[in-house]
Design a binder for this molecule. Sequence first.
Ligand SMILES: Nc1ncnc2c1ncn2[C@@H]1O[C@H](COP(=O)(O)OP(=O)(O)OP(=O)(O)O)[C@@H](O)[C@H]1O
Ligand SMILES: [Mg+2]
Length: 313
Amino acid sequence: MIIEAEDLRKSFKATKAVAGVSLAIGEGETVGLLGPNGAGKSTTLNLLLGLVTADTGQVRILGEDTRRLSDEARRAIGFVPQEYAFFPELSGLANVTYWARLYGLRRRALDTAVRDALEFTGLWDRRKDAAKTYSGGMQRRLNISCGIVHNPKLLIMDEPTVGVDPQSRNHILDSVRTLSAGGATIVYTSHYMEEIQALCDRVVIMDGGKVVADGALEKVIRDNTDERVVLLETPSPEAARDATDQILRHGLLAAAETDVEGSTVVLRLPPDADFNDLAARVLALGLTLESIGERRPSLETVFLTLTGKKLRD
Ligand SMILES: Nc1ncnc2c1ncn2[C@@H]1O[C@H](COP(=O)(O)OP(=O)(O)OP(=O)(O)O)[C@@H](O)[C@H]1O
Ligand SMILES: [Mg+2]
């Protein structure tokens, strides 16, 4: 195991930020950590890294107690914190060099690593400019360069794409994919479900300081939603409205269970309904349909079911 955490707890005065979190993360996994604001994600990451002392519980990271990490283990870990961790007055180059030195890189290896990290995030051309003159997206990317310069075996990223433009976001996502393909273990926090769905093979959902779901992405989705939606594609919005009228008139579903989105009719199946049965009865109405299918529930639905909250601020 790369990370083993057992029953972590951390309170700040009356706030139970982390209230009993256990996690086991294996080599090469890409784990998405999701949760609403204040769920305890950042505190959990800080506990894993030993940056915050737990009230109770233990963490082993790369096989070592996180409170007493060897230099070797430290150098195998990269952290991209939610808050910027660079000096605004210094250039991008000086910042990444600073972190590379801290991680023990010297001479040729240092120069190469710094250049790679800046090229990796597309900042090499702007390396000589002060970090404070960078755009928000560039500052996020610099933050990432600082965290990955030593080519860590374990990379922990706390909301690396917050407030960046789509171009920078894609660049960041590609970088994470490359690191993952290279065998790194990645723990990734984001408010964007589609990022987690695109990057991670495992998802951990937190709420109120606790883990409320943990498993393979597909399994977490399957296990945590009973939402079933049937989509009828029709040739036009008029045809969609007409189809809905027919369905209601024949009493196949109640009005609250139907919706029209453009030329698509959206049918929400009641818990006891059978998809095939409903499909057969819809087809028997002789509607003009282009297709009929079932929509797979998304991580978004699961998240809403589990936490009762929309993820985005
Ligand atoms: N240093 C601190 N002092 C006091 N309270 C804190 C501290 N750090 C975190 N908290 C509180 O602990 C709870 C969990 O915070 P945390 O930052 O871990 O949440 P999060 O899931 O990362 O949220 P976000 O999505 O907003 O980043 C919050 O109620 C927060 O206010
Ligand atoms: Mg946070």
